[in-house]
Design a protein around this ligand. Sequence first.
Ligand code: FBP
Length: 312
Amino acid sequence: MQITGPVREVLSWYDGERPGVKANLVRMLMHGVTGGSGRLLILPVDQGFEHGPAASFAANPAGYDPRYHFELAIAAGVSALAAPLGFLTMGADRYAGAVPLILKANSANGLGSIKDEAITATVRDALELGCSAIGYTIYPGSDRQYEMFEEVRAGAAEARALGLAVVIWAYPRGGSLSHEGETAVDVVAYGAQIAAQLGAHIIKVKPPADRIETAQARLACEAAHCDLSTLEKRVAHVLEAAFDGRRLVVFSGGPAKDIDAVLAEITAIAGGGGHGSIVGRNTFQRPREEALTMLGRIAAIHLGAAKAKPAP
Ligand code: FBP
């Protein structure tokens, strides 16, 4: 297999990283419909744990079966399927090698009130399942943030030493952060920066809203005349916060919404240089054929944006 120019460029951002990690980044970046473009399309299915089974799967009951999501991921040609240990264990053997896997190794649930995550899988689990990466969520701003950072740093270090890539879901929340503040552009950018500092190769954030939450960022942006007026510009700002665009940053979908609204948002994300999408409920809560069409359209948006980008 020839590694394409865009993927070689992405790999250059990780100079000095272990060969096993780079090989696993290549496995995801060269796989599926967006393979070779330098963009990623990831199907995350951790919502059963994070939001609850009915909230996640009642809209399309076929999704209660983990194997459904393996088959959806394979048919859609996504770059990777991300899920917790139980889910991956249900298909990693039957579908071995058919789609790169990301083991989501910490998990929250909708029954608790503290913004925290428990470690629910190990690096060894990820290796045994044949995963390309291990994934952790962090909640910057929560009352448990520092313990979470220590847990994730330790897991990330072990994963990297053994050749796995690290994905961090950077979700500021909890503590004194308001609900609207969680997606303010400065807060999303801050979460991306913290994830990069903790050793993430791939960072997952929410689309940044037109709001600046912290006084520090407001003053700095006013002084520097930052233009954050459009989603494209806010995405570009978040990328700057992730080591000046030298970390892969992918953007989430959120609760299921109108297909045109999702695609318009993804068009802006791709236009701002976002490295891809990680979209769960907006796809798997729809009937399979509709989900496949939607994933195809999302991939096409990212491919179009990658083609429009001038060669380095
Ligand atoms: P969705 O596209 O369904 O939002 O999934 C992306 C995701 O990051 C999941 O991996 C995670 O479970 C969920 O969002 C978290 O959502 P929330 O921020 O609402 O807890």
